[in-house]
Design a protein around this ligand. Sequence first.
Ligand code: UTP
Length: 287
Amino acid sequence: MKVNKAVFPAAGLGTRLLPITKAIPKEMLILVDKPLIQYGVEECIESDIQDIIIITGRGKTAIEDYFDRSIEHEVLLKEKGKHDLLKSVNDIASMINFSYTRQKEALGLGHAILCAQNLIGDEPFSIILSDDIIDAKVPVMKQMIEIYKKYRYSILAVQKVKDEDISKYGIIKGIEIEKGIYKIEDLVEKPGLEEAPSNLAIIGRYILTPRIFDFLKETKPGKGGEIQLTDAIKSLLSIQPVYALEFEGTRYDGGNKLELLEAQITFGLKNEELKKGLLNFIQNINL
Ligand code: UTP
């Protein structure tokens, strides 16, 4: 069955980016000229996914407003003959079906995904954490769907991380069955360096079979007192194979101030309109 739906969990509190996240959802922070979440939505369009389910929470209404039509802007831009801007305001909303559901309490990523069960139904689906910004020639979800077509079971995006970062991630133990593709044997959420089975960390892109919901319902709060998606996937392993893809691309953690800045510079330098001015600015910074 084709992967038609993507879940965007966006109900987290964004504590690492306080104080801005008191008023502005992390997903709405700007990366060069668009909010972070739009990069994830564009990744879906390029991966032939038409239905997006956004898990929101308190203080996240800006996300719904952003993907809705804005009649006032449309009228104004039409009157002024600004057709390019009009297109940028309307394009996304017309290409994707958006649904929203609320996670009433931030009980963890696993719990957020469980909130989408009724909207997913009985089909494989993808998950995109839009604060994991990935600069890739081929969108990561598209790379994963290609692998899914071959293996027909859950696929996790993984990346090698430095020893000192291992304790921040879900880490896989797996056997490499093809270049960059692992059959997973075990998963550990945020292990210490000594207990870590590898340095392959799970990054915010997943394709999961609907059987995950059976396990999410049973998953008890784990590390950090949160219902962890990694724990449910570990249980899924008892009945189905799960694979990992070491994707091609560079990833920036948008919830981390330094990496968000690095992404701004990289994406800014890749933008034809801004490249020259930005480079000139960087070369002449007077500290
Ligand atoms: P993060 O841990 O990166 O996001 O969760 P956070 O909790 O917003 O940020 P910090 O750590 O406090 O700074 C990964 C993803 O899971 C979502 C977040 O919105 C983010 O996209 N999430 C997390 C939920 O939707 N609900 C939760 O209860 C927890």
